[in-house]
Structure formats: C-alpha cells, structure tokens
Design a protein around this ligand. Structure first.
Ligand code: ZN
Length: 101
C-alpha cells in the first residue's frame, strides 16, 4: 500500500481549490479516460460473470448462491452447493473474474 494520493483525487483537489493550468486540465482528461477504460473493463467482466451464472443456473431458493430466481421462490435454503459440478463451474467463473480485476 502506498501513501501516495490517487491521481484522480489530486486532480479533483486542484480543480476545486485552484485555477487549474492547461497541463492540469489535460492530466484530468487523461485520468478520466483511464478511469473510464477501467470501469468499462470491470463492467464487461461483471456482465460476463452474471451471464455465466445464468448459464450455470441456480435453484429456486430465494437465497440462491448462484442466481437469484425470478417469480415464485422457496425458502428452504440454496442447495446448489451440494452439486460439485455446479460449484466447480462457479469457481472457474470467479477465477476468470479475478483475472480481470
Ligand atoms: Zn441455489
């Protein structure tokens, strides 16, 4: 962990408390583009993860660990963790998500 202030927060402070230079404005634009790319990558990874959870399929319990069911639900607890293949697929999807982060 570093004590260095994140670039976005440093730039935000300058914009709030000083008249920013052209260099500061350019750095801010660059930082905003970088952050947009990171957010887009994470959004795409999360969407892929959610799609994968849909493919794996959950149970009908309201607290399903895999996928929240739509419509009528049971409340006896998710039974998905009893299915090794399903858990293996979940682990692979989580590993893929972690690689993206
Ligand atoms: Zn379940």
């Amino acid at each position: 962990m570093t004590d260095k202030q994140p670039e976005a927060l440093r730039l935000a402070f300058i914009l709030e408390h000083h008249i920013p230079s052209i260099d500061c404005l350019e750095l801010t634009a660059t930082e905003l583009r970088r952050q947009h790319e990171v957010i887009q990558t994470l959004t795409n990874a999360l969407e892929a993860f959610e799609n994968r959870m849909g493919e794996i399929g959950g149970c009908y319990d309201g607290g399903c660990l895999i996928k929240e069911p739509k419509g009528m639900v049971t409340n006896g607890g998710c039974k998905c963790w009893h299915e090794p293949i399903k858990m293996q697929r979940l682990s692979r999807a989580a590993k893929q998500l972690r690689k993206t982060m």
